[in-house]
Design a binder for this molecule. Sequence first.
Ligand SMILES: *Cc1c(COP(=O)(O)O)cnc(C)c1O
Length: 458
Amino acid sequence: MTIVDTASATLTGGPSLPQERRLVTAIPGPESRRRMERKTQAVAAGVGTTIPVFAAAAGGGVLVDVDGNSLIDFGSGIAVTGVGNAAPRVVEAVQAQVAQFTHTCFTVAPYDSYVEVAEALNRLTPGDHAKRSALFNSGAEAVENAVKIARHYTGKQAVVAFDHAYHGRTNLTMALTAKNQPYKSGFGPFASEIYRAPLSYPLRDGGLSGAEAARRAILHIEKQVGAENLAAIIIEPIQGEGGFIVPADGFLPALADWAAANGVVFIADEVQTGFARTGAMFASEHFGIVPDLVVTAKGIAGGLPLSAVTGRAEIMDAPQVGGLGGTYGGNPLACVAALATIETYEQEGLVERARQIGRILFEKLGALRDADARVAEVRGFGAMVAIELVHPVTGEPDAALTSRVAAAAHAAGVVLLTCGTYGNVIRFLPPLSMPDHLLVEGLDIVADALASIGTVTA
Ligand SMILES: *Cc1c(COP(=O)(O)O)cnc(C)c1O
């Protein structure tokens, strides 16, 4: 069966799409409903969808569906399209490359764009020490490789991850990820030599300072693992799926100092926080840390699949020739897209744009918090900001309210994502190409949705 498309087949995406919210049907509309039925028959049930509308085009700050609805995009495909969908430089670079060659396998016959991406990452990531990079396909694959590299370099095996962590869905990264449902349940056994330490979570750890939370974590690691066994600590500077948790000041530097003093590789998983998203090129900069290894993916290539590990030359060069790589890692289409994407971040001042977006997010969501006791906290940096929703009296996480707010926003034409260990966090990840008027309109819709829903949890 072929779906004969309507007008959407020839729709061109990118920033020239009308930058407006426009609903012409209910969400989802009849065309999306038809396709969702077909999806159910063809695609494995475990592959879910947040909002059941099928995409026809996207760009700037909107996603246009197959019914002709234009939705405000507060998700960026989970923090991927920082430069916007179908960003002009990316489109041009990929179109030129696809006609030249699509694949040689870098480890068979290399090409310039891979090396140029490595150079750009070595230049942009924190620290001015000698660096090397290696490219992969997904965030999880890069996390796995960072662990491989750290183990090889240190000759040790244990790895510490943190409460609420999310590092991916492959076997090793499931072991690193904290949350059981839906990421781990039924998928064991998990990789061994993975240990979990307590995080700094200011809203929920009784007001521990960053230094106190770090002392707690370090004591836990020393007593339960031992630095002599520990290859690496891996941490998201601001946690993504775990709930956009910003650790208290001093937590990350204390961990990084302890790692450096104990021969432990400090790995920052910047897969979600990287590339201008937080109002800095990398979130580590906000905390004054220089990780030994930085893992990147999502925002790196304007939507093409690419990921990387970048770090100290002596660590990165430790594994033997042939020990790192893969058939598709650093595919030429993804590499030229990454070069165009990085040029866009730098030429269009998107680090500063993320800060401007952050000011609007904090102003509007701060007013919401002040007016509604169910908004326990507004937190984040730049264009990576979240609200945590709780029962106004008990302070208990309110996941039911959170999913109802998200559903109401979806129905009103806003692509809105939730997250958090307790499912009670609404996250805002607009593309940095979103104009202010759409940002404000989308935030007003979320505020109206929250106001219209009474407290759900008794
Ligand atoms: C999304 C994410 C990953 C996994 O990336 P994939 O490309 O989905 O494999 C790893 N770490 C963090 C912090 C992420 O947000």
